[in-house]
Design a protein around this ligand. Structure first.
Ligand SMILES: Nc1ncnc2c1ncn2[C@@H]1O[C@H](COP(=O)(O)OP(=O)(O)OP(=O)(O)O)[C@@H](O)[C@H]1O
Length: 479
């Protein structure tokens, strides 16, 4: 099989993989990506016709999620968040925030004063045992971190308002009531699904009895991201996360959100948490899923669920590249047909490698070489580097294009001529091309009358949680 390996190596002064249009191309005079790999990767290219199909299906899914009659069977749940008002820059006070939603857990103390915001925080990593152990132990762990940090910061007796950023699908029944619908992103703690996570948090705090806390909002990081960005930019109407998982939210008219059952406090709007990670769970994305998607899904702890998320987010992107590299190695096109033990080990190829490899300057192979060495692929050739970079580009670009098509639908749905999108998540932040790919693709897909901007929303989970709590307090004070 190794004989199939094409090693056409030259040493061009400049080499660039263009990832902006169609399939990534290599400029002339550089080692070309092995043609068999290019041909096999066509399935990862989402042309605008496919993206139109995606957009039509996605919009239909949103409508189904918003309508009472179809909501129960809808996969894109469109959950009303009970956040009716965006910040106006007058929010003040000291707040606690908890941020649970992925690989790390954080406790924050946030001081808001008009346009000033001071944040102190501590990060705790969550062990595999806690992520997949009994729910009560998860909440005891959260309460312990909270209590320790509150004592350390001298606010244990201050009864500060707390915003709880809990970034898993919650059915909200009020600003302080959130029932977990299902776990995602590798969590599977028993005894939480179907329960109100705010009550579980309060119970854990009470079990300790050493801190006084006023839990006054539960939200997910998407909502926090939107709020945090809106605090800086009045045009913000959409929040997006591309991190461990992916999700989106947007400002919708209350009249269109049939499940929203609270009186209008004046804005006429409410933030809708799409839970768009589940898009495709009814087969709606089968037209563009490929074998790597099916393999990643089959080996996950939630097969058949979060299929859109699995095509996009950081938890799966590296593994997708690894699966492709494994395939092309076994077919004899890469790494001398041999590969290495690490290359054939699930999850050994981290998503940060995708960013690092694509960040190599044109014609240079510093990062890719280092990564190959670390993966036991010290014999990799320049041709292998080019091929591996191509696989990274195909998979990250597909993710960026899916997100772009989703945002195009939301920008149109918001319906205002000028819309800012607040975005958070390490994939968006650290991937060298993700932002540019999104800008280009949305411009291509959307009508020219829409003006949009994509803004990095710094720390939506922390500042956003404080803002939700603060806005609720401001609106309540206004009567
Ligand atoms: N340099 C990088 N480029 C791209 N992805 C990366 C990079 N470094 C880490 N990641 C990926 O980012 C993900 C973590 O992102 P982030 O910290 O934003 O998520 P989270 O807060 O844990 O969860 P979420 O934001 O989805 O609720 C992991 O899947 C990790 O593999």
């Amino acid at each position: 099989m190794a004989s199939k390996c094409k090693s056409k190596i030259c040493n061009p002064p400049e080499q660039e993989i263009k990832v902006t249009q169609g399939t990534p191309e290599v400029t002339q005079g550089t080692p070309e990506v092995t043609p068999e790999i290019v041909a096999a990767c066509q399935e990862l290219v989402l042309d605008n016709d496919k993206l139109q199909t995606y957009m039509t299906t996605f919009l239909d899914n949103i409508e189904r999620g918003l309508k009472k009659e179809t909501h129960d069977d809808a996969v894109v749940k469109c959950i009303p968040t009970y956040v009716q008002d965006l910040p106006n820059g007058t929010e003040t006070g000291k707040f606690l925030a908890l941020d649970l939603g992925g690989s790390n857990f954080r406790v924050l103390i946030i001081t808001l004063d008009g346009k000033e915001c001071d944040m102190q925080s501590k990060v705790y990593s969550i062990s595999h045992e806690v992520m997949q152990g009994p729910g009560e132990e998860l909440f005891d762990f959260i309460a312990t971190c909270l209590a320790e940090y509150a004592v350390e910061q001298g606010v244990a007796d201050a009864t500060l308002p707390l915003g709880f950023t809990f970034s898993f699908p919650l059915i909200q029944k009020g600003l302080t009531v959130g029932v977990l619908e299902r776990w995602t992103k590798g969590f599977s703690c028993e005894g939480v699904i179907g329960n109100d996570v705010v009550q579980m948090l309060k119970a854990a705090i009470d079990r300790r009895g050493d801190v006084k806390i006023d839990v006054c909002a539960v939200l997910n990081d998407t909502t926090g991201t939107l709020m945090s960005c809106a605090w800086k930019n009045n045009d913000t109407r959409i929040g997006l996360i591309v991190g461990t998982g992916t999700n989106g939210c947007y400002v919708e008219k209350q009249a269109n959100v049939e499940l929203f059952d609270e009186p209008d406090r004046g804005s006429g709007n409410v933030i809708v948490n799409l839970e768009w990670g589940a898009f495709g769970d009814d087969g709606g994305l089968d037209f563009c899923r490929v074998q790597y998607d099916r393999d990643v899904d089959a080996r996950s702890i939630n097969p058949g669920k979060q299929l859109h998320e699995k095509m996009i987010s950081g938890m799966y992107m590296g593994e997708m590249v690894r699966l492709a590299a494994e395939r092309f190695t076994k077919e004899g096109y890469m790494f001398g047909g041999k590969g290495s033990e690490q290359l054939f080990t699930p999850d050994a190829f981290e998503t940060r490698f995708v960013s690092d490899i694509e960040a190599d300057a044109p014609g240079t192979y510093n990062n890719v070489k280092q990564i190959c060495n670390d993966l036991g692929l010290a014999d990799a050739t320049e041709q292998d580097y080019v091929n591996l970079r191509y696989l990274c580009a195909c998979i990250s670009r597909r993710a960026a294009h899916l997100v772009s098509a989703g945002l195009t639908v939301l920008i149109r749905k918001v319906g205002e001529k000028k819309v800012a999108v607040g975005i958070d998540g390490t994939v968006y932040k650290n991937h060298p091309n993700f932002h540019n790919l999104m800008m280009e693709k949305i411009k291509e897909l959307i009508e020219p009358e829409y003006e949009f901007s994509l803004m990095l929303s710094e720390d939506g989970s922390g500042r956003g949680a404080a803002l939700v709590a603060a806005v609720a307090a401001r609106v309540a004070a206004q009567g």
